[in-house]
Design a protein around this ligand. Structure first.
Ligand code: NAP
Length: 283
């Protein structure tokens, strides 16, 4: 019998707690926690993500600053917008929604966000601190996965964890967080040989590959905990994860659904990061 990890419920609980914290912050500092979101271009998925982030800000009592720029925005206009948000003391965190239009040098834009306002946790400084196991703003998706493991009391100490995917925003920080939580971590990617054997040894599998039904039941050890970060569309256009959920769940101790698993936790951790940045700010 498996336990379904309810990301939606967990996120709602955490947002309730966060709302109380932001209210207290407002009372003490005389201002709200502020989060700025920059959206450049007309990518429909990005528009949905930004809308959801603003909705979440409203829900937890964070003031949102949204800047919308056209698809043909120039590098200098975009950079100027980010600079203005960064220097605004009512803004505790700045997030630039990715991907940016192709003609934009995204790295230069992201470098304008100082570590203390880098609520996505993508900067070299925050990534470095994570590696050193120092307090920092941690990338939201892997941070959300760790909260799920913690809340469902899934032990990581001495356990074998396999992370599928090595992107800078999910796979790598995920592996470091698990390592910092005393798991024995293996990271798999497109060049990994014997990936199935690696997975079969795992007590915990976190899949962040981006391929529907990639992780099948024959790749999962009986009793493993499976966390599905993937957000894909199946042949019918339906949202699905990386895991062949219906078959894999029968072998698991714990499993996350898609939708309703990691997704809601990611936005919640963004809110958490904005609050964390605000508490540490001098304003
Ligand atoms: P990404 O940058 O495309 O990275 C994918 C990783 O998967 C790469 O490291 C790649 O290996 C590896 N990979 C691809 N095909 C593979 C294969 N056949 N075997 C083994 N490894 C393979 O993606 P990402 O940004 O990390 O996102 C991964 C998934 O998570 C996507 O579905 C994305 O939509 C989803 N996501 C969800 C959330 C959420 O909140 N739920 C947040 C972020 C991302 P190489 O490095 O060798 O190319």
């Amino acid at each position: 019998m498996y336990t379904l990890i309810d990301g939606k419920l967990l996120a709602a609980e955490m947002r309730g707690e966060l709302k109380e914290k932001t209210q207290l912050f407002e009372k003490e500092r005389g201002r709200k926690v502020g989060l700025a979101v920059v959206l450049a271009g007309d990518n429909p998925a990005s528009q949905v993500y930004v809308r959801n982030k603003i909705k979440a800000c409203d829900e937890v009592g964070i003031k949102s600053f949204a800047v919308y720029l056209p698809q043909n925005v120039t590098q200098s206009v975009l950079e100027q917008a980010v600079k203005e948000l960064v220097s605004n003391c009512a803004v505790d965190g700045v997030l630039v929604q990715l991907p940016l239009p192709e003609h934009i040098d995204a790295e230069s834009v992201l470098k304008l966000i100082p570590a203390e306002k880098d609520v996505d946790g993508f900067s070299a400084e925050n990534t470095g601190k994570l590696l050193l196991n120092e307090q920092s703003l941690v990338a939201c998706t892997p941070h959300g996965v760790m909260k799920m493991l913690e809340k469902y009391k899934i032990d990581t100490k001495g356990k074998r964890a396999v992370v599928l995917g090595r992107s800078n925003i999910v796979g790598k920080p995920m592996a470091v967080l698990l390592l910092n939580a005393d798991a024995t971590v293996t990271v798999c990617h497109s060049k990994t040989q014997n990936l199935k054997e690696e997975c079969l040894r795992a007590d915990i599998i976190v899949s962040a590959i981006g391929k529907p039904k990639f992780l099948t039941a024959d790749m999962v050890k009986e009793g493993a905990a499976v966390i599905d970060v993937g957000m894909n569309r199946d042949e019918a256009g339906k949202l699905c994860g990386d895991v062949d959920f219906d078959k894999v769940k029968e072998k698991c101790s714990y499993i996350t659904p898609v939708p309703g698993g990691v997704g809601p936790m990611t936005i919640t951790m963004l809110m958490y990061n904005a609050y964390y940045a605000a508490v540490r700010s001098k304003t």
